[in-house]
Design a protein around this ligand. Structure first.
Ligand code: IZC
Ligand code: ZN
Length: 420
């Protein structure tokens, strides 16, 4: 068998297998294949074999053109998949950080016209090229930290023109650097100041004007909504999501983050692909998500950064059979972190997930949460050769160390794109 790339001698190759059709749930979420002295071979963009170094050395023909990567003392994982980011936005919000330290709550800053709305001002003021340049910069940071696929939401435009500009920028960023981006339309992220006090009238604009343009121009795969107290109610969220589904988009939700409104139940009712955040999810919400196979995308970096007093019930959801994925929620307000390695630490420590559960949550289950599990999220023959090498003797070490970027190499589509 021919290969253009072989990664060999890895202390461990760690990956799920056989889970490309449905996400891992319950006990299976904690099971993972570990190949000691492992190897992965790729031909062009695709993986052709995974096994021990001895097995692959037998099977694989190499020639002078084959790139051989020695992974001695390293752990090899599938390229990480970050299934919830707001990676394209104008400006930043460090000017609000002092308010936050004074204890002004997140929703209060938003109600005063700050928060999301200050990012809206800066995003509207930015040109498409400026948004693209910033998006590329953030994606390069993410790539260097091991992410090879990510979801990317609009939602800081909140006018037809600025939402379309953001989605076009996401497409340009996708093409301009190695990370594959999966675009989500989040026109219902907040009520813009021109519609203050008139959320239903703003949703008319989202439904009658923005959504048709997004779909016509093939700019998004998913539609999302910020279902939250003083933002959009369950009833308003249902209205937007139903309209989006009728126009052919798949659904996601920001649900039950700060106030328990029943977002998880709505996600189950509508057959959403994922419901995200879920700090204050009800038992009924957990039961309904498990029943409908809605993926819980938990964002514990945001909980940490908002200094909330409790995390989403990750353990309980896994035990109830909800497929769990994890993401950074990278955004300029509630989570200016785009490093999934930090999410490994926070999820282990505060969601009480095991390292194997966490790795499945940022690879195969997150690939399902962005509709890409047939191509990425595990190391299996036929999938894209997206791999990340960590300077770690075993995979537990990834949960144990924190605050240091442990990535030593990233391979995207069979090409070495990061080398530390
Ligand atoms: O900019 O604060 N929660 N949207 C919903 C966010 C956080 C992003 C932000
Ligand atoms: Zn978000």
């Amino acid at each position: 068998m021919k290969a253009t790339l072989i990664v060999k001698n890895a202390a461990q190759v760690v990956t799920s297998e056989g889970a490309s059709l449905a996400p891992l749930t319950g006990e299976k979420q904690g099971q993972i294949r570990v190949i000691e002295n492992g190897a992965v071979a790729a031909n062009g963009e695709q993986i052709v074999a995974v096994g021990t170094t001895a097995e692959l050395e037998q099977k694989i023909e190499t020639d002078a053109a084959t790139r051989v990567v020695d992974a001695s003392g390293q752990v090899v994982l599938p390229g990480l998949v970050d299934p919830h980011t707001h990676v394209v936005f104008g400006g930043s919000r460090e000017h609000e950080f002092s308010l936050k330290l004074e204890g002004v709550p997140y929703l209060e800053i938003l109600a005063r016209g700050g928060g999301i709305l200050s990012s809206v001002e800066m995003t509207r003021a930015a040109t498409e090229d400026e948004l693209v340049a910033a998006g590329i910069k953030y994606c390069r940071q993410m790539l260097a930290q091991g992410t090879t696929t990510a979801e990317a939401k609009s939602g800081y435009g909140l006018s037809t023109e600025a939402e379309l500009k953001t989605l076009r920028a996401i497409h340009q960023v996708d093409g301009a650097q190695p990370i594959d981006l999966v675009p989500t339309f989040l026109g219902a992220h907040a009520v813009p100041k021109e519609y203050k006090g008139e959320p239903d009238r703003y949703l008319d604009l989202v439904i009658d004007e923005m959504l048709p343009r997004v779909v016509e121009n093939n700019l998004a795969r998913y539609c999302d909504v910020f279902c939250e107290e003083d933002v959009f109610s369950v009833e308003q969220s249902r209205r937007v999501l139903n309209a989006a589904r009728e126009m052919g988009l798949e659904l996601k939700m920001h649900a039950d983050e700060i106030v328990p409104l029943g977002g998880a139940e709505l996600a189950a009712e509508l057959g959403a692909v994922s419901a995200d955040h879920l700090l204050v999810i009800s038992d009924e919400g957990i039961r309904r998500m498990a029943e409908e196979g809605v993926i819980a995308v938990i964002l514990p970096g945001t909980t940490f950064y908002l200094r909330e007093d409790h995390y989403a019930p990750g353990r309980k959801m896994i035990e109830a059979g909800v497929p769990v994925a994890l993401a950074t929620d990278f955004n300029p307000g509630s989570s200016p972190n785009n490093n999934l390695q930090l999410i490994i630490n926070i999820a282990s420590l505060y969601l009480r997930m095991t390292p194997a559960e966490v790795i499945n949550a940022i690879t195969i289950n997150s690939a399902h949460a962005v509709g890409r599990a047939a191509e990425v999220g595990s190391l299996e023959a036929g999938k894209k050769a997206d791999l990340v090498l960590f300077d770690a003797p075993n995979y537990d070490y990834l949960a144990y160390r924190y605050g240091t970027n442990l990535v030593s190499k990233v391979i995207k589509n069979g090409q070495l794109v990061v080398e530390v």
